[in-house]
Structure formats: structure tokens, C-alpha cells
Design a protein around this ligand. Structure first.
Ligand code: TRP
Length: 443
């Protein structure tokens, strides 16, 4: 059987960018930056994206293109079936992440409605609290999940590629407009300072929290650690230059996150909100944007368009997660695709219910899946490539137009030594921090 490959040259990049760009950039990045000390967090995050994120993305690409399989089949095909537990870690992470991703996606849907109906006028903080609790949060969680399940069961990959093609430039244009508008407002100084001027003391006193948060965010925003990028690159032709493609994906994804911060923090400051208290919550971006749309010219229209684009970005990301979980279950248990999709979507909806009712649960799911499971997944994949499969991996990376100069040697050394050590350290910190978090939050 001849396997499908991406129909167009850009199809793969569009799909990968569609997966990477999502709530992680626009909701989670500003939220964590606020919670983790501002600019210091941004610096650590950028360093980890370059030092760990890019090499791990290439690890996934190499496994995917070499095996032409999703994570379940990949390790068998490569002759190392015992490593397939990496796929199980990824599938578990996907279950948990999608369950609350859909809840946040539901918030976005509510903000679309509110933009056009004038719903968030007045106290936008109170409006966020109302959005994120009560039956409406559950109903919109169900609607978002149904949309994702619908897209996956129809198998409309082309439609999704087209959506990503429109979504990414629109999101960038809208964020630039908002960032410029933010710069014209009064009293934004503390916002820029908090976001852009790193304070070394903050890092010294809080490295235990900042490191795992930044590593988890690097994995989350780039869709790493779960095998999504293995699956996407399994349809990739040998002529593509993997380094080139990964640089494009990482650059676009990082640019959008940085822009989101340039919108959120000046807005929060200008609105007189406490950056750490108000800005450090899951509502940061929603509260500040809604208040900004209240005052800016044609604000509700801009807001409506913005939240629609954000919903599309969230859907293309959520699609990649559900697809991954569905292929894992279909391949492992030999069930038909459509019933598997519907059943899994229903289960994931139920798992997400606590996070629709209480933000502490959302935090608990989020920290566990990202700071622990994704990092563990990335660790296993990197150990496999660095220590078991290195020479084939180097050969695979070298395929494709142009060649990579001296990068390949640098890459394999980073994957062997730097990535495992860094991920082990952050994993240990993350577990320690998680236990403390559970104790202070729930007991
Ligand atoms: N990267 C997406 C975002 O930033 C979320 C996402 C999609 C994801 N697929 C993933 C996260 C796979 C981890 C693993 O919104």
C-alpha cells in the first residue's frame, strides 16, 4: 500500500503550525508569565525553546519520517518495539490535556458570543469568573469537544490545512494591531517593565518553579512530548529539509507567543490591574482583552474577529491531540475509527468536567500533564534517539535538500547529553513542586 504524503509542499508546515499555534501561545503563555515572575520567565522559556524544544522537535521528526508510522507503530517498524511505551505516555498526556483544553476552548466560544452581544461590558473580571464556572462553562466545553470530534471523524485534513493557512496570518495581524493599540494607551510602563525587563533576583529565588513551568510551556506550545509531531512527519517526503522546517515552525510559534505578551501586559497595566495578582491567573488574557475591546474603536467587532481566530487556532491544535489519542487507541485495540473517536471524545469530556467547574482542578491537570508527562515523553524519545538509534537518526536528519552544515553533530550531542540532563532536572523539580501544589491546594 502506498502511503499518503502531504499533498502540497507547505501542507506539512501548515499542519504542524496549526497544531503548535493555539491556546498555548495566546492564553497559557501570558498566564504563566504573569504567574512566574514576568520577564525572567520569558528569558528562560526562550532559552529552553532554542536549547531543548528545537532539538526535541527534530527527534520527533526523525522518528516519524524514518518509520512512516504513528508512535504506536513507529518503534516496532524501527526494530525497537519495547520503546513503544513512549506512545502510551503520550496518549495519557493527550487525554488529560485535551480534557481541559476543550474547557478553555469553550471560554473562547463564550467570548465570541459576548463580543457580538455586548456581554462583557462592565466588569470584565467578573465576566471571566462567570465564563469559567457554572453550567455555561460545561455546555460550551461540550460544544467545543463536539466540534473537535466532528472534525476528526470526518477526517477533513484538507479543510484544516486551509483553516491554518488563513488563521496564522490573521492571528499575527490582529495581535500586531492590538500590540500597537496597547502602546498608545497611558500607564502601560509597569506592564512593559514586568514583561520585558528581567530581574535576576526573581530567578534566584524562584528557579524551582520557573524551570519546570518554562520547560512544560516549551513542550506544550510546540506540541512536543506526545508524538503528534511523529505522526505529522510520518507523511513527509525525503526531500524536505527537517531542520529548515522545524526552524520555521518554532519561529512562527514563538513570535505569536511573544506578541500575545506584548498585548496582555500593557493592557493589564493600563487598566490598573495588579500584574501578578490579576495577571497571574488563568483569566489574564481574557480579562485584559475584553476590557481593551470595550474602549478601542470598533472594539467589539475586532474582539469578535479575534476570538473567532483564536477558536480556529484552538480547534486545529485540539484536532491534533484527539487524532493522536484516536490513532493510539485504534492501532492498539483494533477498534473502528468513528466509534472510537466518539467514545473517546465523550470520555475526555467527562474527564474535563472538574476543570470546567473549578480552576484549581484546571491547574492540577495542566501542571501534571505538561510539567511531568510531556517532559517524561520527551525524555524517553530523546534517550531513544541519542543512545539507541543515533546513527540512523543522523542519516535521516541528513536527508533532504541542502544539508545542515555542522548542525547534525551539535544536534546529536545535545540530544544525548544536554536534553536528558536538563529534562531529568526539570522533571525532578516538577514532581517536587507538584506534590507541594497538591498539598497547599487540596489538603
Ligand atoms: N501546541 C498547542 C497549543 O499551544 C497545544 C497542543 C496541540 C499540544 N498538540 C499538542 C500540546 C501535543 C502538547 C502536545 O495550543
Amino acid at each position: 500500500m502506498v502511503r499518503d504524503t502531504w499533498a502540497t509542499r507547505t501542507g506539512f508546515i501548515l499542519a504542524a503550525v496549526g497544531s503548535a499555534v493555539g491556546l498555548g501561545n495566546i492564553w497559557r503563555f501570558p498566564f504563566l508569565t504573569g504567574e512566574s515572575g514576568g520577564a525572567v520567565f520569558v528569558v528562560v522559556y526562550l532559552a529552553l525553546v532554542a536549547l531543548i524544544g528545537l532539538p526535541v522537535m527534530l527527534v520527533e521528526f526523525v522518528i516519524g519520517r524514518r518509520s512512516e508510522r504513528n508512535p504506536v507503530g513507529a518503534f516496532r517498524r524501527l526494530g525497537h518495539p519495547s520503546w513503544k511505551f513512549a506512545g502510551a505516555i503520550g496518549a495519557l498526556a493527550g487525554f488529560i490535556i485535551l480534557s481541559y483544553y476543550s474547557v478553555v476552548g469553550g471560554w473562547v466560544l463564550q467570548y465570541i458570543v459576548a463580543s457580538f452581544s455586548g456581554g462583557y461590558t462592565g466588569d470584565t473580571g467578573a465576566f471571566f469568573v462567570q465564563t469559567a464556572s457554572g453550567t455555561n462553562a460545561i455546555i460550551y466545553h461540550a460544544i467545543f469537544m463536539a466540534l473537535v470530534a466532528g472534525i476528526v471523524s470526518l477526517g477533513v485534513r484538507d479543510g484544516l490545512e486551509r483553516a491554518a493557512k488563513l488563521m496564522v496570518p490573521s492571528v499575527i495581524v490582529l495581535l500586531v494591531i492590538l500590540a500597537v493599540y496597547a502602546a498608545t494607551l497611558p500607564d502601560t510602563g509597569p506592564g512593559y517593565e514586568f514583561y520585558l525587563s528581567p530581574n535576576v533576583d526573581t530567578f534566584a529565588s524562584d528557579a524551582v518553579n520557573i524551570l519546570p513551568a518554562a520547560a512544560g510551556q516549551a513542550f506544550f506550545t510546540l506540541s512536543l512530548g506526545m508524538g503528534v509531531m511523529i505522526t505529522y512527519s510520518s507523511y513527509l517526503g525525503e526531500d524536505r529539509n527537517l531542520l529548515n522546517d522545524s526552524l520555521i515552525i518554532v519561529a512562527i510559534d514563538t513570535f505569536i507567543a511573544i506578541l500575545a505578551g506584548l498585548v496582555t501586559f500593557p493592557f493589564l497595566a493600563s487598566q490598573g490591574q495588579d500584574l501578578v495578582q490579576d495577571g497571574g491567573g488563568a483569566g489574564a488574557v481574557f480579562i485584559s482583552l475584553a476590557a481593551a475591546f470595550e474602549t478601542m474603536p470598533a472594539g467589539h467587532l475586532v474582539g469578535g474577529v479575534f476570538f473567532i481566530m483564536l477558536a480556529v487556532a484552538a480547534l486545529t491544535s485540539a484536532f491534533s491531540i484527539l487524532e493522536m489519542v484516536v490513532s493510539y487507541v485504534v492501532d492498539t485495540f483494533d477498534i473502528a475509527r468513528v466509534p472510537a473517536t466518539l467514545a473517546l471524545a465523550a470520555i475526555i469530556f467527562v474527564i474535563g468536567l472538574p476543570t470546567a467547574m473549578d480552576l484549581n482542578y484546571l491547574d492540577a491537570y495542566d501542571k501534571f500533564a505538561n510539567n511531568i508527562l510531556l517532559i517524561a515523553g520527551g525524555l524517553v524519545l530523546s534517550l531513544f534517539i541519542g543512545w539507541v538509534f543515533a546513527s540512523d537518526a543522523l542519516e535521516e536528519l541528513g536527508q533532504g535538500r541542502g544539508g545542515n552544515g555542522g548542525f547534525d553533530t551539535y544536534w546529536i550531542n545535545v540530544v544525548r547529553y544536554v536534553v536528558p540532563i536538563a529534562l531529568l532536572v526539570t522533571l525532578a523539580l516538577a514532581i517536587q513542586e507538584y506534590v507541594e501544589f497538591l498539598q497547599t491546594t487540596f489538603f
